[in-house]
Design a protein around this ligand. Structure first.
Ligand SMILES: [Zn+2]
Length: 389
């Protein structure tokens, strides 16, 4: 064997060990033939990026998150709750990012105190300028805009309130991604009665009911979301929770095809979009394969407690967290039918797995997040070269 040959063999072996899925590997053969029986196989491959997590910035919480991520094959992750710029949470989260380097990215949040008062919008725009300088890559707006935040007139601020335009424009100008949570599952806008399909969840999370005359309707919020997107073509929107409308993939499909500045993630919504026929979901993911990011909404709070896509009756442990992620892999990668979805409290039903093709999985799990989020340079660095997608 020549030296060149030797090098080729070593590279091939190392390649197999690192990326898995080399010829002869049973699991990848099965994956290629599409004869999966509930055993995810992509995960012999490269680490997944979780584009939507919440990890409180203290050592025990971070250690807990990393323990779970290591067990389930998540490499890089995005923290969507970096806090308002200048807050203790923000300082600690940015410090954590510096320690973890390439492994973590941060989205910051707005400070709604004083919303609508003179100077407030300018203050938030300056905060975002600072966040970008400090290395944040995006802003996350929680569902409180539209459901809780009130202006100086005492009325709920609508998601498309023109007063907020400078904030959304600033994101476009600064290259910060706007990750946006608008509304919540449709069932949360319906009466909390035993026939509500989210009754069990709403019994535990009472504050998640938005039924009543004091709240806008779900459809009103979706219309406001779209108006806002249309108004800021230079701002990149990451509409989390499956376009904030997992119940209606037609709506999400239409937004994605109408607005090139829109992306979405899967966070905490497999139980919902998994109810559509698997062939329909699969076609949706294939059609929009460059625009959907894997996200879990895995939370480790400041006390080290975890939340797995929603509230729960019992405190989840590490095994529960592993099961939560494994159910994601099973859903996306296999062709199993009538399986448990990741968050049972979200609904008493089963889902049929989406069985996405390997190249679509790679985009969902890794390269879309690399292209959208990891392409934004940190202070003092150049953007990484982008792999062909
Ligand atoms: Zn979240």
């Amino acid at each position: 064997m020549t030296r060149n040959h030797e090098m080729l063999v070593i590279t091939a072996i190392l390649g197999c060990a690192v990326v898995g899925g080399c010829p002869g590997n049973d699991a990848s053969d099965r994956a290629a033939k599409g004869t999966l029986t509930g055993q995810p196989t992509w995960h012999l491959g490269r680490p997944v990026i979780d584009s939507h997590a919440h990890v409180a910035p203290n050592l025990p919480s971070l250690a807990r998150a990393l323990e779970v991520f290591d067990k389930v094959g998540i490499g890089r992750f995005v923290v969507k709750s970096g806090g308002p710029v200048g807050s203790p949470r923000y300082q600690a989260t940015m410090a954590m990012q510096k320690v973890l380097g390439d492994r973590m990215r941060v989205f910051v949040n707005l400070d709604w105190q004083g919303a609508g008062t003179p100077g407030w919008v300018d203050q938030e725009v300056r905060a975002l300028e600072q966040a970008r300088k400090d290395g944040a890559v995006g802003v996350k707006i929680f569902k409180n805009l539209g459901l809780q935040v009130r202006g100086t007139d005492g009325k709920l601020m609508t998601p498309d309130d023109p007063q907020l335009d400078p904030i959304f424009e600033a994101c476009g100008r600064l290259g910060l991604i706007m990750a946006w949570h608008v509304a919540d599952p449709v069932a949360f806008f319906k009466p909390v009665t035993p026939d509500n399909e989210r009754y069990e969840e709403l019994q535990v999370a009472k504050a998640w009911s938005f039924y009543g005359p004091e709240y806008p309707s779900f459809d009103t919020l979706m219309a406001a979301q779209e108006k806002r997107i249309a108004r800021h073509p230079k701002t990149t929107f990451l509409l989390i929770h499956m376009g904030n409308n997992a119940e209606d993939l037609g709506y999400v499909d239409r937004l994605l095809s109408t607005y090139p500045n829109v992306y979405t993630d899967t966070s905490a919504r497999i139980p919902e979009f998994g109810r559509h026929p698997a062939a329909q979901v699969r076609a949706f993911f294939i059609r929009n394969q460059d625009r959907i990011l894997f996200g879990s909404d895995f939370i480790v709070d400041g006390t080290g407690s975890m939340q797995l896509g929603s509230v729960s009756h019992h405190e989840p442990d590490i095994d529960d967290a592993v099961e939560f992620f494994t159910r994601h892999w099973r859903y996306f990668e296999t062709d199993a039918t009538q399986i448990d979805h990741p968050t049972p409290i979200q609904g008493n039903w089963k889902v049929d797995a989406a069985h996405l093709p390997p190249d679509v999985l790679t985009k969902l799990y890794v390269t879309n997040a690399e292209r959208l989020i990891w392409s934004i340079p940190l202070p003092g660095t150049r953007p990484p070269a982008q792999p062909a997608n």
